[in-house]
Design a protein around this ligand. Structure first.
Ligand code: PLP
Length: 365
């Protein structure tokens, strides 16, 4: 008999909610993966059973994002954070600079890491507004011979997101999409490289997706450690060494779930509906709740807010916890509250939060 489990209202920032149907399928297949008599974790990464899973995940991602022929999809390890180092190590030449668009804590980390390897500068920064907004295109200042420009498409901690991406011409544009990949459609051809740790919108932690244009692979440095070269992973279909097989299996299942729902456009529609529920609650609260992000920079994935009466915030969070909400504490650098409404967070969960917020306001005004 199927056990009824009480699932929490999961607003965790990462690792975060996974689709229930994917978890159930993984549970079903755990002891005997497709008749092998083993779990997927116990199979060789060189077996055809595994290779099918691996290649299907690549194909699904290519389909979902309409990735053109001149890009490779890689599954790496080390999280979004190792990409902060791999990018400058592979692409930053001694006679070049790289520009970083500073929109939050993750941009700062990427920048600090790149500084260890070469000449980097700020293309633009919104730090003086405590990263409340995304810069306008006209604020971006860069050189036409830069090695690359780096941006963070969604700022997980501050709750801001790019609506539209700049066109940087011949300068390769690189994006950290760890917290919003597959949340809405975008034109991949603007980018030379995109990366995302899986644990927010794609699956469990342990896999990092890299989508890289082939000319970037060719021009990358070859005098760096083997495991840190994009070219090695591309040449070996991300099987140069043992990949995180269970994570890639889960990633493939999450991608299959998105395909069944109707693809990225459909997911985007749902994400907008979900975020609107909560933003509307904040906007209609007569400033009982306040957003951190400026209106036109608001993220669909991470909704950062606080209570006007900061003394009530602790109570709000503890009552929310009692009611079965998890992960609503804001990041320590912003404080307040944050609801992460990633792809796999159901509409009903957001509805429950909106109702809880309205109720809390009514009883504490
Ligand atoms: C979570 C996050 C990271 C860090 O990812 P790890 O996989 O923990 O290294 C990097 N960038 C952004 C935008 C994130 O949200």
């Amino acid at each position: 008999m199927k056990q009824l489990v009480q699932r929490t209202f999961n607003f965790n920032a990462g690792p975060s909610a996974l689709p229930l149907t994917v978890l159930e399928k993984a549970q079903q297949e755990l002891l005997n993966f497709r008749g092998s008599g083993m779990s997927i974790m116990e199979l060789s990464h060189r077996s055809t059973d595994y290779e099918e899973v691996h290649n299907q995940a690549i194909t699904r991602l290519k389909e979902l994002l309409s990735i053109p022929e001149n890009y490779e999809v890689l599954f790496l390890q080390g999280g979004g954070s190792l990409q902060f180092s791999m990018i400058p190590m592979n692409f930053l030449q001694p006679d070049q600079k790289a520009g970083y668009i500073m929109t939050g804590a993750w941009s700062e980390k990427a920048f600090s890491e790149a500084k260890l390897f070469g000449d980097v500068y700020h293309t633009a920064s919104t730090k003086d507004s405590n990263y409340r907004r995304i810069p306008k295109f006209h604020e971006l200042q860069y050189n036409h011979d830069d090695a690359y420009i780096h941006l963070t498409s969604n700022n997980t901690i501050f709750g801001t997101q790019w609506n539209e991406f700049p066109d940087t011409g011949n300068v390769p544009l690189i994006a950290d999409m760890s917290s919003d990949i597959l949340s809405k459609p975008f034109d991949i051809s603007k980018f030379a490289l995109i990366y995302a740790g899986a644990q927010k919108n794609l699956g469990p932690s342990g896999v990092t997706v890299v989508i890289i244009r082939k000319d970037m692979i060719e021009k990358a440095n070859s005098t760096i450690p083997t495991m840190l070269r994009y070219s090695i992973h591309a040449k070996n279909n991300s099987l140069y060494h043992t990949p995180p097989t269970f994570g890639i299996y889960m990633l493939g299942e999450v991608l299959g779930w998105i395909q069944e729902l109707g693809g990225v456009k459909e997911i985007a529609k749902r994400n907008e509906e979900k975020a609107k529920l909560i933003y509307d609650t904040i906007d209609n609260s007569n400033e009982f709740y306040l957003c951190h992000a400026e209106l036109e920079s608001r993220s669909l994935m991470n909704i950062t807010f606080r209570l006007k009466d900061e003394g009530l915030e602790k109570k709000f969070l503890s009552e929310a916890k009692k009611e079965g909400f998890s992960g609503l504490n804001g990041h320590r650098s912003v404080g307040g509250c944050r609801a992460s409404t990633y792809n796999a967070v159901p509409y009903g969960t957001c509805k429950a939060l909106s109702e809880f917020m309205t109720h809390f306001q009514k009883t504490h005004e």
